[in-house]
Ligand binder design. Sequence first.
Ligand code: MOS
Length: 739
Amino acid sequence: MSKVMGAVNRKDGRAKVTGNATYAAEHQIPGLLHGYLVTASIGSGQIKSIDTSQAEKAKGVVAVFTHKNPPKIFKPSNNFISSKIYEARLPLSDAQVHYGGQIIGLVVADTFEQAKHAAHLVKVEYETQSPLTEFQKATFKEAPPFMGEELKFEKGNVATVNNAAVKIEATYTTTTELNAPMEPHAIIAQWQGADALTIYEPTQWVMGSQRTYAELFGLPAERVRIITPYLGGGFGSKAMPWPHGILCAAVARHLQRPVKVVLSRRQMTVNAGHRSETEQTIGLAAAADGKLMAIAHDVKSSTSPVDTFTEPCTRVTPVMYSAPNLRYAQELAIMNVGTPTFMRAPGENPGMWALESAMDELAWSLKLDPVELRLRNQTQEHQHQNLPFSAKHFTDCLKVGAERFGWKDRSRQVRSLLRDGQLVGWGMAGATFPALQGVATVKVRLLPDSTVHVLTAGNDMGTGAYTMVAGVAAETLGVSVEKVRVEMGDSQLPDGGMAGGSMMTASLAPAVIKACQDVLKSADCNDATDAWAALRQSGRAAFEATATSAPPEGEKKWAFQSWGAHFCEVTVDEEIGRLQITRWLSVMDIGRVMNAKTAASQVRGGVIMGIGQALMEECLLDPNIGYPVVYDLATYHFPSHADIPRIDVVFVGEPDLNFNLAGARGVGEIGITGVSAVIANAVYHATGKRIRSLPLTPEKLMADFRALTADETRDAQEMKELIASNKSHERVAGHSQNV
Ligand code: MOS
């Protein structure tokens, strides 16, 4: 078995760049009506009156729905097994307004423009309360378990550690971030009579959506068909129905006409989830040799009044570093905001921002190399689950990364490197994400025209799943990848699990391998070439086999987790607060790599998204109406090409065969973890400024130089003089090229 499979080009690449890939909202349906949402303009209160008469009279309008005439929707069990919706409160269920931008109506018309125009003619009077939108003013209570996992733990006793050589404690914050996928949230709902429903909607979980819409409308699951061949990103925000989708399907049934609803970019800032604001306090105590004696991690995050979502930051605490005394806890506050949700590495992303920043602070306090500090403290077991990791090559990530980056040449002082009049800094941090696997079924058919057809309802959210499936089938059958046709993302195909939690590859790849092996066995052949010959002789239309993969059964022997290390170089121009990332290296241990090209692309995508979080993403709310002041992709800043350096990605590639027979652990989310910490750590090295609140905006970079010790201040003074005299290039490090 090869460690890293070859770089296969995307199967869906051509369709996407030529516009032949049909996304949900692009499906052409005869007689289609268009729905436009009416949303609340207050952050908290009650609707006193709602007047739809003008809207109803407007040209093209077919119907207007509000809480006065809500379409029929059944309450789902909402337990993740039978069904799951993002926001437990059903749309239009009463006159209450819980957050700014909450859906309070839907106007349906012949055209999109008519519906939008009429939506603005709906007159609403409110009884207004002042919304709670400021995190600092919220009241926090203990957070419930996250999907069954306790977010509270203690071993040893952190409070009694008093013989440490160094102790640090610091608080790190992140702001509200938006998933902001390139393809907006959209749905077309088409009923065949009153008891069969077809949905075109980007969903990361085809069969989960099928079960959920079925429950919402009192139907058996097989009466609902979900069609999602392509998604333009989702990052966790497209796994389940949101209120707009539920409402669209409900009014389509009521009207017995197909209806489409597309969220505007402005609506997507409140109606399709976000990453909660977080505040994390980390305490670390270490002996003089760097061995950790205690870790304490306390987290606060926010949720909405109508559902509970906890950003599970403490999931990283028991897996990264070993300490005899370790404690963590999470608190949650209800604020008047839309419901937060999963966003690429929920928990691990902000969790690693705090933990990996704190580890850097500790390394400076100990005067110890941060790579060395991590090597000395890594843990071989999950300290909460008390299980050894199935395979862990974090050491390789650190060592290979340090070697390739040239880390040994890093100066040990802050403000000690200059290039072209700008401060230069190097940073590093770890990365991690759990390895999950779902139950997935795949059908493989060998056809007489010497092709292979692989079918599954599991889908490709833009990550490269089509290509991965084709590559695995080709390898197992011994054919070229061009011979393999893959069909995904339709609930009429076998249940392929969820494209979430970085588990699509780990779920599908073993099922593909098994189904391919079974089809050869049933043909009594060793490879596909023989099987095709036998097939033609037999006169049959196809040889086919269906196989299911499942997570390891029985007594839990292992904890499954992926690992990585990022290294970066930044330059900082303090005069104007400009931060540029000039060099990047990520070394990842994700088990076996199923496609070198798309896997590296997932890491790069994660790093780019992390750079966005580190430098610019921030969804600020208007405190009066509780509505975001950002409203599109121009006001919500994220990186463009000019902000991104070349990103080198290296894989360890050791197959994790304790996990599944493909040895693959998945790669969708790990790339974003640790990214903001690496950058902040590099900024500290460059400037001596320890910035503990994201994003690292120009005003923070330009701020006074407060965080310095006496020695560092002397260095800084010397540096200032050097900059002034423009002789700075003499102290420039040599590593300005990509490795
Ligand atoms: Mo992911 S946040 O499970 O799409």
